[in-house]
Design a protein around this ligand. Sequence first.
Ligand code: ADP
Ligand code: MG
Ligand code: ZN
Length: 645
Amino acid sequence: MNNPNKQSNDNPQNDDQKKNDRMRRSAGFGLSYLIVGLIFIWLFQEFILAPLVAQQTEIPYSQFKDMIKSGQIINLTLSSNQITGTMKVTPTAGSTATSEPFITYPVPNGDPTLIQELDSAGVKYDVAPPPSGIGTFLVSYVLPLALIGVVWYVIYRQISRSGGIGGSGGIFGVAKSKASEVKPEDVKVTYKDVGGADEAIDELREIIQFLKTPEKFARLGGRIPKGVLLVGPPGTGKTLLAKATAGEAQVPFFETSGSEFIEMFVGVGAARVRDLFDQARAVAPSVIFIDEIDAIGQSRGANMRFGANDEREQTLNQLLSEIDGFDSLTSKPVIIMAATNRPEVLDPALLRAGRFDREVTVSAPDLTGRIQILKIHSRNIKLADDFSIERAARITPGFTGADLANVMNEAALIAARRNADAVDMQDYEAAIERVVAGLEKKTRIMNEQERTTVAYHESGHALVAELVPHGEPVAKISIVPHGRGALGYTMQMPTEDRYLMTRDELEDHIATMLAGRAAEKVIFNEISTGASDDIKRATELARRMVTQYGMSDKLGAVTYSNQQYQFLETDDNTATASQQTLKTIDEEVQRIIDEQYARAQQLLSEHRVALDTLAKELLKTETVEGEAVKEALSAEETAPAAIAA
Ligand code: ADP
Ligand code: MG
Ligand code: ZN
């Protein structure tokens, strides 16, 4: 059988190796500085300071006094903090010396009789000049530091100079961009290796068009986008997409990662950015890809990590000015692509129009996407005849491309362990368990019951939105878990910007928000926690109708909300109302909610067939377009018998 270890493309391994290489290089670079520094200090102390402070025997003060009396001290020098001198010693087997330097330390408040004793013992003594604290300090600290500084500076200047002019990179090549130019012929992945990202691919294809025929777009004075930001959760294939783009683009492609700009020295990152853009401009039209751009693009001042901040700020500023610097009207455009899974931390300056003005979202794949991805990753794996890729995709909702690649590989390993000829469904299921155990257990895996509930919930929203007179058209419904907490979503597309809303419209809106829960109630006669956010928003809207818009007949056109608190969602809004009124407000809010909830239930019971159709469709494909809602409703009309049944 095939070697199960083999990935369907071998790029990731190359990649890892490259990354490791780079990491080792920069780690080695910092380390070499440290070692050189330490050796330097050691040499300084050993050969410069040590001879000055010759080897002396330290003796206790009492012994020193005894030796004065017994005439063993030959001479000495007194200073305020130490007493040094020579003393007589009896030659030993090891040495023939008759005298030896010694050191001892004076008693704290001086020894008033010492001079007398020295005089009477006839010892030759002198007194050291008063110690200059500064002098010692200079010699033992400032001098070595200054020397290190000079050496450091010389090395640094050397490397920045040689790196800066694009030379061989000097000793360490610090200022040289570490981005590597990817040759189209070296790229092994294409868009065929990316599954379930058709929308992202379409957008990227458009960008490639800009690069290939810039004149066509510039002809009418249009401005070609400068930057494209790929945004999406980890493992959804952002890096993969960018690599595939390199192959498809057929223009020079520079690939680097945000972290490669952050080094120990302030200014190095900026120099690297400059170098990178110089290289790219020289061969334009070209693409620069910066992976994990949040490493440099983090909001300034958001994260005060010690020391690294100055560097990041300079690097970011350089990046901004480079992006602004190139002219998008030329026939030789440079397009900068970047990827991040944390768009919220990016500096707003980066996202401003004229910089990264295209944002391509790469999200977790739906069923069709997962089928494509599993096909891609099982290309080199021998699957059992009864292995159903569709079923495999169906039981892994919420898995990203990286998760699926991982599961497929794990399944192959499990099959190999039991000496099987091919990977079967059991292997795959065992692999899921193993991979899931390693994943954060968020809401990623839903059981069948939960999926059904979510499918009906979202279908409820969609149908009611379609059925009420003022509903906004539904664009897309999905039961792919998205982000934290959201198990599915119904996307509505407002047809126009609205500045005024009537009471009817607001009520329709509330009915739509409550329709998710209404569907659960109608179908299962049971309600779930999945509606908490809907309820919160519906309640807030109903409360505003009563207290701000004066839409309650009972209370009339009186505002009970304190304008001052408009933007703070506090309950103090109604602080100006009397107890009696507060009670009425609550009752009115309750009434609106109850009425609309009942209305949604009514609508859904009447269109139970469409609700079933839509939910089943959702369970099958996980995402459906807005069209499906209309289809479900019209199918119902043509088959009225179904209602009776
Ligand atoms: P990201 O950069 O979004 O975190 P990567 O591009 O590094 O994710 O994806 C890691 C690996 O997961 C890829 O090398 C590929 O093997 C697999 N993978 C992820 N998304 C997809 C996809 N949409 N289609 C096929 N493989 C994918
Ligand atoms: Mg990545
Ligand atoms: Zn809902």
